[in-house]
Design a protein around this ligand. Structure first.
Ligand code: FES
Length: 123
């Protein structure tokens, strides 16, 4: 259940346990985002957790080539299933493909007591 922070109008949503993310490395979610929902995904990046909108900057399509699978075959980069653009895990910057130089849109994530949360804003 979302936890709404009245002062900042931000909403915190619990997504998963950190162990579940580390096991699969990437997981996709549909979350409430203001009056609508958005598709996002998480990626385990060493001791960090990164979160991005599941929308390629090239054509706006979802990245995953099958549910919860966002990494290339080497597990080194995020990959878009539509035209194969490659993105750095740490900052979402596109290093190869038709949207080279562009970037994924980050979402704010937090880890507290082993639980991964996303922080959303209606704006
Ligand atoms: S839609 Fe992602 S590379 Fe074209």
């Amino acid at each position: 259940m979302p936890d709404r922070n009245q002062a900042s109008e931000k909403t915190t949503v619990a997504l998963c346990r950190i162990e579940a993310l580390r096991e699969k490395r990437t997981l996709g979610f549909e979350i409430p985002f203001g009056e609508t929902t958005r598709e996002i995904f998480l990626v385990a990046d060493g001791d960090h957790v990164r979160g991005y909108l599941d929308r390629c900057p090239h054509r706006g399509t979802p990245l995953a080539w099958t549910p919860d699978r966002y990494l290339d075959s080497r597990g080194e980069h995020l990959i878009c299933a539509t035209h194969g653009a490659l993105f750095r895990i740490g900052d979402g910057h596109c290093i190869a493909g038709p949207c080279r130089g562009d970037a994924l849109t980050p979402v704010e994530v937090r880890v507290e007591e082993g639980e991964v949360f996303v922080v959303t804003s209606p704006t």
